[in-house]
Design a protein around this ligand. Structure first.
Ligand code: B1M
Length: 217
């Protein structure tokens, strides 16, 4: 029986080796990967976020917990990126926007999209409008995916949207991240918003289909 409450606590404490071991044990026990991700890792990170918000813990503790989260995600990576469906020809360029160093959520979106058959070009964190546009052009990407975790960096998203539109690049723009809302996405002229990694994959499929049909017209 997997003790997810214990896994959450160990993640909180940054015990990355034990977290990894518990994940391996849970998978060996036949627990579904989504359950391990949601109940074991994401739930643990939620507690970290709450305590961080209320100044019960500080950046060093959050960094240690993030390291445990990433160690756990590396165990899940091969399962999340295993292609469930036939290879899709489209490419998605993904990045966390300029000034923002949060990458855990973006990485999860990337892994699940890869699992759905997309090719992911990951630009990492602190990505400028120029870097986004250059990568979209170079890889002929169908989708540009932006992530932001800070209210101070999400305001960079409209700059990227404007720059992409001005450059006349044929790409759909998707946005996400904790402070981003569907209303904000609409207001800045993005093509879509997703709240989590699973809905991001659904959104990407919808956007690719819309792009295809617009091209066929
Ligand atoms: Co920071 N941080 N952090 N942090 N951090 C938050 C975001 C914060 C909400 C914490 C809090 O106060 N409760 C707060 C922001 C407040 C605000 O702006 N309103 C905050 C702050 C203030 C800061 C610093 C400014 C702290 C400081 O230095 N004083 C600083 C900023 C550094 C910078 O970026 N310039 C900072 C630093 C850090 C660490 C480096 C220590 C670390 C990041 C490590 C890393 O990512 N490598 C960190 C962490 C870990 C967090 C929290 C605790 C957890 C974020 C996370 O990984 N969640 C976070 C608290 C929180 O979010 N409640 C917090 C797990 C992840 C799976 O979820 O990222 O939401 P999430 O991704 C989801 C969805 O949002 C969505 O799908 C993902 C998967 O389901 N999604 C997309 C994300 N991107 C998407 C893109 C899409 C679609 C969906 O389409 C393209």
């Amino acid at each position: 029986m997997v003790d997810y409450a214990k896994m959450n606590q160990l993640l909180f404490e940054g015990k990355h080796k034990i977290v990894k071991q518990m994940i391996e044990d849970a998978l060996a026990d036949g627990r579904p990967v989504k359950e391990v991700l949601d109940d074991g890792l994401i739930a643990g990170m939620r507690v970290v976020g709450e305590d961080f918000k209320h100044n019960r813990i500080f950046v060093p503790e959050v960094l240690i917990a993030a390291r445990a989260m990433k160690a756990g995600m590396e165990i899940l990576r091969p399962l999340l990126t295993e292609r469930e469906e036939d290879h899709i020809s489209e490419t998605i360029v993904m990045g966390t926007v300029k000034g923002d160093l949060h990458d855990i959520g973006k990485n999860l979106v990337g892994m699940m999209s890869e699992g759905a058959g997309y090719t992911i070009v990951d630009l990492g964190t602190d990505t400028s409008e120029e870097e986004f546009i250059a990568a979209v052009k170079e890889h002929k990407a169908a989708i540009l995916g932006m992530s932001a975790l800070l209210t101070t960096t999400m305001i960079y998203m409209p700059k990227v949207v404007q720059a992409v539109r001005q450059a006349g690049v044929d790409v759909k723009i998707a946005v996400g991240g904790a402070p981003v809302t569907p209303e904000f996405a609409e207001e800045i002229g993005a093509d879509g918003y997703a709240a989590d990694a699973a809905s991001a994959v659904t959104l990407f499929k919808k956007l690719c289909a819309a792009r295809e049909s617009a091209r066929a017209d």
